[in-house]
Design a protein around this ligand. Structure first.
Ligand code: FEO
Length: 171
């Protein structure tokens, strides 16, 4: 595998685990605030991010490339109100979209079409990740400042359940 493509994919494993860490910190914040539905939503998001890391890990191993695990940074969990973690999550997902695009660009440049093909699931996934994060910000702005609205949102997010990411389920 092209060295730059390899390094970006190996780095992405760390970024996905960092995403899991960030969302666990957000879940911890909401748990502490008594919003167990929001906490549930982010704990499931944590599981999804771990899945993303494992998909990249498997891809490297399948390509006879060494996985090098590196230190995961401490997430910033100093949230000032119930809206700010949702905004932080949206900004983080935009950042992750950028890193996936960087791998795609490097793979295209290197004529590594196997990796280009592999990344298509992530390109689609990031659209969904950003849309979900944006919806949560919008819903909170519309309904979250009213006690009944906040209660209903929390109930809605409590209903989310974990589904293993498709590339792992078929692996
Ligand atoms: Fe791994 Fe939330 O994207």
């Amino acid at each position: 595998m092209d060295e730059k493509v390899y390094e970006l994919i190996n780095d992405q494993i760390n970024k996905e685990f960092y995403s899991a860490y960030l969302y666990m910190a957000i879940a911890d914040y909401y748990e502490d605030e008594g919003l167990k539905g929001f906490a549930n939503w982010y704990m499931i998001q944590t599981q999804e991010e771990r899945d993303h890391a494992l998909i990249f890990r498997k891809y490297l191993l399948d390509n006879d490339c060494k996985v090098v695990l590196t230190e995961i940074a401490q997430p910033d969990a100093s949230f000032s109100d119930h809206l700010s973690p949702l905004q932080a999550a949206l900004e983080h997902e935009k950042y992750i979209t950028g890193t996936i695009n960087d791998i795609y660009a490097a793979a295209t440049e290197a004529k590594d079409f196997r990796t280009v093909n592999f990344l298509k699931w992530f390109i689609d996934e990031q659209l969904e990740e950003e849309a979900n994060a944006r919806d949560m910000v919008t819903n909170f702005k519309l309904f979250g400042n009213d006690a009944k609205g906040l209660y209903d949102l929390d109930r809605e997010y409590q209903a989310r359940t974990y589904v293993q990411a498709a590339p792992l389920a078929t692996a």
